[in-house]
Ligand binder design. Structure first.
Ligand code: FMN
Length: 187
């Protein structure tokens, strides 16, 4: 199972990268093949849904191969970063019928709860299957030590529940996708 971790902000000094690296370690520990898909590597000047840019083609290669996705995103003014949406918008059908787990990050106490809800809506538009479990990283400046390790264990439980649900859906949906011909994949 290949389930990449999408890191949703390109901001200089971003704290969300620590959360994404933690989730990546948990995904690898769960025997998934994974890597970080960084919005910094897929930046474009304006929304482009032609799929023809090198950024879109690099992304499409990974998205087509993926059995599911994990998105790690900070909450910016109660929403998602624009660069994350622009990256997702470069493709459309390639995400369809694949599960997605969402992790919110914030410096405040709510762990990006509002961005998790908003991203679920967006993912539905791509015909992804958003799962119920989420990971909420509150007070992100305080919860990691200087080596980028989580100080407590409570978020590890959240991450493991998210991964277990994601793998369950990924296996189910992969089997279902394999039963249908490629040309009828678009929902
Ligand atoms: C433009 C901007 C808007 C923000 N809006 C929110 C917000 O709505 N809610 C919140 O909890 N934190 C908000 N924050 C603070 C982030 O939670 C904080 O920067 C945290 O470190 C996660 O984002 P990062 O990955 O960019 O570091 C905002 C930060 C920026 C840069």
């Amino acid at each position: 199972m290949y389930i990449p971790v999408i890191l949703g902000t390109a901001r200089q000094g971003r704290q969300s990268e620590k959360a994404a690296r933690f989730i990546l370690r948990e995904a690898l520990a769960a025997s998934l093949e994974s890597e970080i898909i960084d919005v910094r590597d897929h930046r474009i000047a304006a929304t482009d849904d032609t799929g023809s840019s090198p950024q879109a083609q690099r992304l499409e290669e990974k998205v087509k191969r993926a059995d599911g996705f994990i998105i790690v995103s900070p909450e910016y003014n109660h929403g998602y970063p624009g660069e994350l949406k622009m990256m997702l918008d470069m493709l459309f059908w390639a995400y369809a019928k694949k599960p997605v787990g969402i992790c919110g990050v914030s410096s405040g106490p709510w762990g990006g709860a509002r961005v998790v809800e908003q991203l679920r809506q967006v993912c539905l538009a791509f015909h992804m299957v958003p799962i119920s479990n989420a990971v909420y990283f509150p007070k992100v400046q305080e919860i990691f030590d200087e080596n980028g390790e989580l100080k407590g264990k409570s978020l590890q439980g959240q991450a493991q529940r998210l991964l277990a649900e994601l793998i369950w859906y990924a296996q189910l949906l992969k089997a279902a996708r394999e039963k249908e011909p490629e040309e009828s994949r678009s929902p």
